[in-house]
Design a protein around this ligand. Structure first.
Ligand code: SAM
Ligand code: SF4
Length: 337
């Protein structure tokens, strides 16, 4: 791999090599923890960064040590010919890993083309194994399509396939054992995720937030011999576990009950052209103003390092403590979760 010209290091000594890129804020689903059922306002399509502009930002980042990308949204597979963007990004010197987070509905049709374009890994969101409950959580769409997407991703050669499961108290917590069984029986990595108060920190969040330690209790109650393992290939904050004799594994992503900010290595690019150093806080930088000006773009990356906070304060939010700073009003789909 090429040596970076200058590492992106923030005021707390954290080196950044990972950029998450939202390619759209639009989505074909309306997951209850991510968007309201109705009345969601989306960015004008003219305000979205074009593929040329995204490539320009990534080229600048790659010169500063960005080597890993994740394409997300909204639902990234809504954006036409995403494979063309992936192909261009994977050709950028220094970029050695491109992953995708998707709800999986459109994946069956696109998996092969994405793989051929250079996509290395896929995370597919799956919060329930029950078709009726899928409709309740996603408010539309069909579980069957997601399952077909998972199958197609495996057939296209993606491995390991990771499933993202946001655990919600009184909604899908009774499926933890079934998800563990899935990870035991199939070569899948199930990532349980804590419900985060991004852009809609209201009573609904407090009502459904579930700390993830519960998963470990259930795994042991179900009789699985589990042990901590190295992070399953990725750049994330996941606490990963093996299941003795199992085909797959599972992970816990617990930003609230045990936050992982001290190892944060990521920046986020929103679909409408803002650079966000932290998912939680309001601060962002206008990337569009630096397009076509390499020096300005380079400075913008360093500015992101300067303003990056030490940590988020989602746990303080849960405890109704005062926040030290202003949380973002953007929702997860608008930032790129
Ligand atoms: N539409 C794609 C999908 O659902 O996979 C990609 C975008 S979605 C915003 C990315 C991830 O964020 C998904 O795994 C989703 O479950 C997760 N997510 C969305 N809102 C969340 C929240 N409030 N707390 C925790 N995870 C959330
Ligand atoms: Fe759409 Fe993903 Fe948000 Fe669900 S989590 S509404 S699939 S962007």
């Amino acid at each position: 791999m090429r040596e970076a010209v200058q590492a992106l290091t923030d005021r707390y000594g954290r080196v950044h090599d990972y950029l998450r890129i939202s390619v759209t804020d639009q989505c074909n689903l309306r997951c209850l923890y991510c968007m309201p059922e109705e009345g969601m306002e989306f960015a004008e399509s003219a305000s979205l960064l074009t593929y040329d502009q995204i490539v320009e930002v990534v080229e600048a980042g790659a010169l500063l040590g960005i080597s890993k990308l994740r394409i997300t949204g909204g639902e990234p597979l809504i954006r036409p010919r995403l494979d063309k963007l992936i192909a261009r990004l994977s050709a950028i010197p220094g970029i050695d890993d491109i992953a995708l987070t998707t709800n999986g509905i459109f994946l069956a049709k696109q998996a092969k083309a994405l793989k051929a374009a250079g996509l290395k890994r896929v995370n597919i969101s799956l919060d329930t194994l029950d078709p009726a409950r899928f409709r309740f959580i996603a408010r539309t769409g069909e579980l069957r399509k997601v399952m077909e997407g998972i199958q197609a991703a495996a057939e296209a050669g993606f491995a390991p396939i990771k499933l993202n499961c946001v655990l919600l108290k009184d909604v899908n917590e009774d499926e933890i054992a079934q998800f563990l069984k899935l990870a035991y029986e199939q070569p899948l990595h199930v990532r349980f995720i804590e419900y985060m108060p991004i852009g809609h920190a209201d009573e609904n969040w407090k009502k459904h937030y579930l700390p993830l330690r519960r998963v470990l209790d259930i795994a042991r109650d179900e009789g699985y011999a589990i042990s901590r393992r190295e992070n399953v290939h990725g750049n994330g904050p996941s606490e990963d576990w093996s299941i003795a004799g199992g085909q797959g594994s599972f992970g816990l992503i617990h930003p609230i009950s045990d936050h992982f900010c001290k190892n944060c290595n990521r920046l986020r690019l929103t679909s409408d052209g803002s650079m966000k150093p932290c998912l939680y806080w309001v601060d962002e930088l206008n990337v569009k103003g630096a397009l076509g000006e390499p020096d300005k773009m380079r400075k913008l990356f360093f500015k992101a390092m300067d303003i990056k906070p030490e940590n988020h304060e989602m746990a303080a939010k849960l405890a109704d403590e005062e926040q030290s700073h202003v949380p973002t009003e953007r929702r997860m789909s608008q930032i790129g979760g």
